[in-house]
Write a protein that binds this ligand. Structure first.
Ligand SMILES: Cc1cc2nc3c(=O)[nH]c(=O)nc-3n(C[C@H](O)[C@H](O)[C@H](O)COP(=O)(O)OP(=O)(O)OC[C@H]3O[C@@H](n4cnc5c(N)ncnc54)[C@H](O)[C@@H]3O)c2cc1C
Length: 446
């Protein structure tokens, strides 16, 4: 059965007026919102249809774009400048600190301003059977902003794409859906849509990924307030398969995220059994695992994210390594919108307008890779772990502008700074003097 659908907006002949967005996560919604705003600014009419089968108000994995739900300080502020103030109905908790746990001790790193500048959210309705369902999901909120601006949401999956007369033509499993002037791929890395675009043969390939693990731990809210406060608990352990893990408090749940190269169905339970984790979260607290999943995480960028009338952004293209993927979704969604509205939709237009932003994220991730390699050394060797803890402990007693290592760790894990800037801070001589002092003090203490 053929399922044609019509869009009631007028088109301007010769202009890019029918835009299909495949994926209604943050990248798809940011693109749509900004493209519609910019088009209005210059008096141009465009029609945007966002295809996504998910209902982001549903609880459990079905309604959720699986993620830790940390909105970086930088993104909270950038959105506020755009006039998008995250409402209380979306924010689950404001965060003002990180607590770093290692096998050799823990240390508290506060935000320099001591304000709750980081927000935690749910990407869907929340954990399966959530208590506190009255809150709204981040993805639903962004999608509703795009709809308010004029986008149309079609709750359906796109199953194949072809090119006819140079234009992308979309199909669902039931048949032809639409011929578009532009297709924006914002489908992330957790579906087979990447294969569909790769099969068009213009050079796009699915981004490389690793598995991550997420579990929602349910416990009484007062226990979370007492144990976690407004702090994200970060674990840097000498475990070869796990790069780092974070526990993110949200109302009467704590989201556990584990990132690494060897993550599988046993990872969550093995992690919860570790002594350092049990010290933070003893079984006696009576928590239960409300739901868990193993989403993929983008760790690299395809070289050709666009061709004529087709462009890929967010996780389907490039994202920030191991952090602030939502910030990257904003940057790329807006950059694609700007290119489409002010430059055009040809390969050359994307090369000129969008690619510098895309490449900027790729280059910045090179610095990120170096920094994570250094952090790997710090978590693998006891003497370095102890030195790091000692240095941070000393720094936390100093003025906020004299805390180099604390700031580096804060910026690394909050996504607050570009990796390049963090790298530049890390090569300051003062930071190395402090670290050596930490090494000697930890040896002395032993
Ligand atoms: C374990 C983990 C923890 C993370 N934690 C954080 C964090 O705390 N903070 C942060 O900033 N980032 C985090 N990220 C990264 C963040 O989740 C992503 O960068 C972000 O979701 C990318 O947004 P997107 O819109 O590009 O893709 P997605 O959020 O994946 O959205 C893609 C959308 O496309 C839809 N779709 C897919 N295929 C089709 C199709 N064929 N037809 C129609 N629709 C389709 C899907 O239903 C989905 O809604 C984390 C990632 C992982 C894996």
């Amino acid at each position: 059965m053929s399922m044609a659908f019509s869009v009631q907006r007028t088109h301007i002949p010769g202009e890019c007026s029918q835009i299909a967005v495949i994926g209604g996560g943050p990248t798809g919604s940011f693109f749509s919102l900004f493209a519609l705003r910019m088009a209005k600014m210059i008096g141009r009419e465009i029609s945007i249809t966002i295809f996504d089968p998910k209902d982001f108000s549903k609880d459990g994995p079905g309604g959720c774009n699986r993620c830790g739900g940390i909105i970086s300080e930088l993104l909270v502020q950038t959105l506020a400048v755009e006039g998008i103030n995250l409402p209380n109905s979306v924010v689950r908790k404001g965060i003002n600190s990180y607590t770093l746990h290692t096998d050799y001790g823990s240390v508290f790193i506060s935000t320099p301003s001591l304000e709750r500048t980081i927000a935690t959210v749910y990407r869907g309705g929340g954990p399966r059977g959530i208590i506190g369902h009255e809150k709204e999901s981040f993805d639903n909120y962004l999608l509703s902003l795009a709809i308010e601006e004029g986008a149309v949401h079609q709750p359906m999956r796109i199953d194949s794409i072809e090119r006819k007369h140079g234009k992308p033509v979309l199909f669902s499993k039931n048949g032809h859906i639409m011929e578009a002037d532009l297709a924006v791929g914002a489908f992330g890395v957790n579906s087979t849509a990447g294969k569909m675009f790769a099969s068009l043969g213009f050079g796009y390939s699915e981004p490389p990924t690793v598995n991550a693990a997420i579990a929602e731990l349910h416990m009484p809210e007062e226990v979370i307030v007492e144990r976690f406060g407004n702090s994200i608990h970060l674990f840097l352990l000498p475990d070869r398969g796990i790069k780092f893990a974070a526990m993110i408090p949200k109302g009467s749940y704590v989201t556990l995220c584990i990132l690494g190269r060897k993550v599988d169905a046993h990872t969550v339970q093995n992690f919860l059994n570790k002594p350092v984790v049990r010290a933070v979260l003893p079984e006696a607290l009576g928590y239960s695992v409300a739901c868990s999943c193993l989403p993929k995480m983008n760790i690299g960028a395809p070289k050709k994210p666009f061709t004529d009338r087709i462009v890929m952004g967010g996780d389907a293209g490039s994202t920030r390594l191991f952090k602030d993927g939502l910030g990257a979704a904003y940057i790329m969604g807006k950059s694609i919108a700007k290119t489409v509205i002010f430059e055009g939709t040809s390969r050359e237009d994307f090369q000129k307008g969008y690619y510098p932003v895309y490449r900027g994220i790729m280059h910045d991730n090179l610095f990120g890779r170096i920094l994570y390699t250094v952090i790997d050394q710090y978590r693998s060797f006891k003497i370095l772990t102890r030195a790091m803890l000692k240095t941070v402990e000393i720094e936390q007693k100093r003025d906020s502008d004299d805390r180099i290592l604390s700031t580096i760790l804060w910026d690394m894990f909050t996504g607050n700074e570009r990796y390049r800037n963090v790298f530049m801070k890390s090569i300051r001589p003062k930071m190395h003097i402090d670290m050596w002092e930490g090494v000697f003090r930890s040896i002395g203490r032993r």
